[in-house]
Design a binder for this molecule. Structure first.
Ligand SMILES: NC(=O)c1ccc[n+]([C@@H]2O[C@H](COP(=O)([O-])OP(=O)(O)OC[C@H]3O[C@@H](n4cnc5c(N)ncnc54)[C@H](O)[C@@H]3O)[C@@H](O)[C@H]2O)c1
Length: 262
């Protein structure tokens, strides 16, 4: 995973309600409704949830914990950021009877239950939810979908799309990664195809500004968890673009945990 920059997330708390309206206009569902559908949760849940800032490695990212907390509050969770960090913060979360804990360091962003042996990984949750968003926006069943990048996010997206009836084509320059995903509904591409031949694309690459307006076809739908954004502003303006740096993956982690808690 690449590290978020403060600028990527600085307005999430302010803009989340407005962004959710845009997301709904693109997919037909709010982020909450989409994620509950993925994980089979019929009604919103309000679990006490602690977000613990972690200072190890490169340290905390400005507004990361506050943004995660506000995303969770947006969907009705009883979320708070612990006053203490690291192990002291975990202790505070337990003492305040949090049912879920969210925490991230340089290598992982996870949510876990304090009452069941359940943990959700942000890469898996993000790939799954962006694939579901693309499916909801474009009804991909029976359609060809190009997946770019076969890291944890792209792999989860391939898995979701192929098991929901899409014909997936996946490309990663590190071919061992994409080859692991090959199955009856998932073909592995050996080189980057002409992107303008694809109407539905899930982009899970960690490189910015490499897809230009000439690369994308009119009316294409791109679901892009990748950070920084791969599309140039002119390319983004030409298509339907589903893209957010933290919101959808965080909500998916919450319901992924709840769906497996006893
Ligand atoms: N939006 C979110 O909520 C969210 C959440 C998690 C991760 N992410 C981002 O999603 C991206 C993917 O995450 P990951 O953990 O799978 O990363 P990763 O680095 O493990 O995998 C990215 C893959 O993309 C491949 N790649 C690079 N350039 C490519 C290209 N031009 N075409 C095709 N493949 C290419 C790399 O070889 C690599 O295998 C990262 O940018 C990460 O920061 C976003």
């Amino acid at each position: 995973m690449s590290r978020l920059l403060p600028g990527d997330i600085k307005n999430i708390s302010r803009d989340i309600a407005e962004y959710d309206e845009i997301f709904k206009s693109q997919t037909g569902k709010t982020m909450d409704a989409l994620c509950r559908e993925i994980f089979g949760i019929t009604k919103p849940e309000s679990l006490k949830t602690a977000v613990v800032p972690i200072t190890s490695g490169l340290g905390t990212i400005e507004r990361f914990s506050a943004s995660v907390c506000d995303i969770l509050r947006h969907i009705g969770a009883d979320a708070f950021v612990t006053e203490q960090t690291d192990v002291f913060g975990f202790q505070e979360a337990f003492l305040k009877k949090a049912k879920l804990i969210f925490a991230a360091d340089d290598n992982a962003y996870v949510a876990f239950s304090t009452t069941s042996r359940v943990c959700s990984d942000n890469g898996y949750a993000t790939g799954t939810a962006f694939a579901a968003a693309l499916n909801s926006a474009a009804n991909c069943s029976g359609q060809t979908v190009l997946v770019l990048g076969a890291g944890p996010v792209g792999a989860a997206a391939c898995e979701y799309l192929s098991s929901n009836g899409a014909r997936v084509e996946v490309y990663d320059p590190v071919s061992e990664k994409s080859r692991r995903l090959e199955n009856d509904n998932t073909a592995v591409l050996c080189e980057l195809p002409k992107l303008c031949n694809y109407k539905f694309v899930l982009d899970a690459t960690p490189v910015g500004d490499w897809i230009s307006e000439n690369d994308v076809c009119e009316n294409a739908v791109y679901s892009v968890p990748g950070m920084p954004l791969s599309l140039t502003p002119k390319a983004a303006a030409k298509i339907t673009l589903i893209h957010n740096p933290l919101e959808l993956g965080t909500i998916a982690m919450y319901y992924d945990c709840i769906s497996r808690m006893e």
